[in-house]
Every structure is written in C-alpha cells, then in structure tokens.
Design a protein around this ligand. Structure first.
Ligand SMILES: O=C(CO)[C@H](O)[C@H](O)COP(=O)(O)O
Length: 228
C-alpha cells in the first residue's frame, strides 16, 4: 500500500531497513544526515529492546543523536574494526559510487565507512542517478583553500567556498576545516577524478566514495529497493 508520508517516509523506510541488518555484538558505523538519523533511532530502539552493539559516530551530530538514543559509543581508535556502517548519500549511481558531504562530515564518514566490513548507504529515490554530476564537497585546510581552489580549477572544476547559514562566514567542519563544493559537470570517470583530487596538498578528504559502498537501500513510498 502506498503511503503519503513523502520524502521523510522514504528516508525512514531506508534507515529502518538498514538498521534491521545490525546483529548482536556488532560494532556499527553511524552516519550523518536525516536518513542515517532514522537508522540511528531504530538502532536505539533495538538497544532498548536488548540488542548489544557499540556505535562509532561519524560526526558531532551523529554522536549526539546516538547518545540520546541510548547507543553505547566508541571512537574509531577504540575498536578493532567495524562490522557494518550505515550512512546517507547526496547522490549515488547504479554502480554504487556515491557523492557525500552535504553535511560537511564526509572526511570522518569516509574513514568510518571505509573501515567497515560492510557499508550500506540509505537514501531516498531523489539521490539515485544514472551519472554523477552533483558538486563534490572537498574538505580543505583553512590555510590552503585558495591553493586548492586553483588546483580544482586546473582539473576543470568550479570551486565554491561553502558558506554557513546561521553564521557569517564559511562552514567550519567538525575537524576545524573549510569545504569547497566543486562542480565538475557530468562526472564520467569518478575513479579518475578521485585519484586526482586526493593528492592535492591541503585536501583533507573529498566526497567521492568510489568502491566503498556494498549495498544501497533506497526507500520508496511502499517499500525499499536495493542497489548492489
Ligand atoms: O554525506 C552526508 C553528510 O556529510 C549525508 O549523509 C548526506 O548529505 C545525505 O544527507 P540526508 O540523508 O539528510 O539527505
């Protein structure tokens, strides 16, 4: 039966389906954003019901939400590995290459998601595309942002310093850095672009997630579709 709860319902179904994959004893990477938040709340409900897990949050916000949901927390340095990471995405193609960083959390997200035995993206259908063309968030050291802007321009990208909405000036990440949203138009070779962005001095991390996502759960109006 179709429901009328819109995008939030789609996100909730995706998040809750991913949370069902968490098993007793798991160490779980807890992603950032409104879709991952549904998974965090569902894991919190399961913890209330007796599930034994430890969560590794990917951001200040994920940590706060998970703590409020009653999930025991660890930092990445305190665990030997991560069994399952659940995180949102700004765009994902049918090969499960994703662009992340809409919440400026992609540096820690990538570290946690890449450390996981299994990484599941949760998304609503507006995130699924045939070809990636969304701007790529690039976290940069504050002292290096103009140098990185020039390097991005040399890769035919158009960088825009992300500005804060409830503060004058730029967005400052949880790591104290800046974000350049870099438009490259249609990204036909995300692997090549990722390889060119990573070594630019001053780049802390970019939001292209290539070869990291195992499965995507895409919530719909009446269920969840799976991309592998
Ligand atoms: O990458 C992210 C944060 O850095 C988010 O996962 C991404 O922006 C998706 O967010 P939402 O689920 O709210 O649409």
């Amino acid at each position: 039966m179709k429901t009328t709860d819109g995008t939030d319902g789609q996100k909730r179904r995706a998040g809750e389906r991913a949370a069902e994959a968490v098993e007793d004893g798991d160490v779980v990477g807890l992603g950032t954003g409104s879709t991952a938040a549904h998974a965090i709340r569902a894991i919190g409900d399961a913890v209330d019901a007796g599930l034994d897990v430890r969560g590794v949050p990917t951001s200040f916000d994920a940590r706060r939400l998970a703590r409020d949901a009653g999930i025991p927390l660890r930092s990445l340095n305190e665990v030997d590995g991560i069994d399952l990471a659940i995180d949102g995405a700004d765009r994902i193609d049918r090969d499960c290459t994703a662009i992340k960083g809409g919440g400026a959390a992609h540096a820690r997200e990538k570290v946690v998601d890449a450390a996981a035995d299994r990484f599941v993206v949760v998304a609503d259908p507006s995130k699924v595309v045939d070809t990636l063309s969304h701007p790529v968030p690039v976290e940069v050291l504050p002292d290096a942002y103009t140098a990185v802007e020039r390097a991005v321009a040399a890769l035919d990208g158009e960088p825009t310093l992300r500005r804060a909405e409830a503060k004058d000036g730029p967005v400052i990440t949880d790591n104290g850095n800046l974000v350049l949203d870099c438009a490259f138009g249609r990204i036909d070779d995300p692997t090549g672009l990722a390889r060119r962005l990573s070594p630019v001095p001053g780049v802390v991390e970019h939001g292209l997630f290539v070869g990291l996502v195992d499965t995507a759960y895409v919530g719909t109006d009446d269920g969840v579709k799976r991309l592998e």
